[in-house]
Design a protein around this ligand. Structure first.
Ligand code: PAF
Length: 272
């Protein structure tokens, strides 16, 4: 595995290779990321992983300064998983001054997670546009856990005619059901129990749907009842174009939950 810090060096190496899989991360690599890496290794000649805590996707009051960092562990994991290139740039080498920017569409990016985090998805799309242009991957791997993110990235790639497949990979869960996330590091016993309720309420909702309950309002009420003791930001059922649905259609909908636990935002979802 080679570790590269310099974007131009990465660009020059990537130029020579036509079968590239790319897994963008902000580090603190967990089993969710590892599943993306494995998927990439299986389907591409070389796999590039980036670790970059992207400052532009954090709002001022968020955990940018405290975002979990595990550089040495991350390097070990990537080596063990046979990653070919690990890209770990410094912020200064990615961003310049007075740069043009892409803007996420406000209708689809200032709702759900973007409602309390306006401009978050602008930051995500801008850094990915830069990383995609440096690497020019054929395939880029994202977890379905960040549903709004992966749908917006897919839309950007299609809107700008970029020749990249956005591969949406299943959410990986702990044995207790909670979705893997780098921010799980902040959880204590009590908050873990809360987060278990969140994932359990999604599994229950799916079971109700499979038994025939298709009215969104009823499904949402059942979920809200299960997590009523918590600080809930939203429970929504949307389709892949972010439209809220009155009735669930199997293979078309996503149930999304967002809660705050000790001021940290946790999201989970289930793709029906
Ligand atoms: O999901 C993440 O970790 C980040 O949003 C990403 C895709 C690496 C962009 O910074």
């Amino acid at each position: 595995m080679i570790i590269i810090e310099n974007p131009i060096e990465l660009f020059n190496i990537c130029k020579k290779e036509n079968s590239k899989g790319f897994v963008p991360t902000m580090g603190a690599i967990h089993k969710g990321h590892i599943s993306l890496i494995k998927e990439s290794i299986q389907n591409n000649k070389i796999t590039i992983v980036s670790i970059f805590i992207n400052p532009t996707q954090f709002l001022e009051n968020e955990d940018f300064g405290q975002y979990p960092q595990k550089k040495d562990d991350d390097i070990d994991i990537c080596k063990k998983e046979n990653v070919d290139i690990l890209f770990m740039p410094l912020a200064d080498s990615i961003y310049g001054i007075n740069e043009p920017k892409v803007q996420a569409n406000s209708i689809t990016s200032y709702i759900l997670d973007g409602f309390k985090r306006p401009s978050h998805f602008d930051g995500v799309l801008n850094v990915l546009l830069k990383l995609f242009n440096l690497i020019k991957p054929q395939n880029a791997y994202f977890g379905k856990k960040d549903a709004q993110q992966v749908l917006l990235v897919d839309k950007m790639v299609k809107s700008f005619f970029m020749d990249i497949n956005i591969i949406k990979c299943e959410t990986i869960r702990e044995d207790n059901g909670i979705a893997m996330s780098s921010r799980n590091i902040y959880l204590d016993d009590i908050s873990t129990k809360d987060l278990i309720k969140v994932s359990q309420s999604l599994f229950d909702a799916k079971a109700f749907i499979l038994k025939g309950e298709l009215k969104s309002e009823n499904i949402i009420n059942i979920i809200k009842e299960n997590i009523k003791s918590m600080d809930v930001n939203y429970v929504h059922i949307i389709d892949k174009a972010f439209k809220k649905c009155n009735y669930v259609r199997i293979s078309n909908n996503i149930i999304l939950i967002s809660v705050n636990i000790k001021k940290i935002n946790y999201i989970d979802n289930i793709w029906i």
